[in-house]
Design a protein around this ligand. Sequence first.
Ligand SMILES: [Zn+2]
Length: 138
Amino acid sequence: MMQHRFVEIIPDTIEDGVLYISLKYCTAIHKCVCGCGNEVVTPISPTDWKLIFDGKTVSLSPSIGNWSFNCQSHYWIKRNEIVYAREWDKEEIQFGRTNDKKRKAKYYNKENESVSSVTKRPKKKKRWKKFLKSIFSF
Ligand SMILES: [Zn+2]
């Protein structure tokens, strides 16, 4: 079970079992549900996650695959419940990543698709410039 908390600014200390959601910055963050302590950032955007708020509970779509962490957890947050998905093997992870890139590239060519991959907590603003560069550089 997960709680959600709407915040303006993501706090420095992230509590276990709480999904912090900043609508202002279009991002959500929580501690990996396996207990490894890693912070999972899920940007909310047409190419990242969608946040569904039904007035009581929140869901994130698509699933959250923490393959940049040792724990490799993979789960959904559905109506404040953690729903575990099976672990991905290396090929699938690679495939998922390639797909992300393709889909993002597609999106920026005006085709809409959703995407799932975890990014580490952003370090201020330059990230986006870097990110856009990386998309358009191939
Ligand atoms: Zn974990």
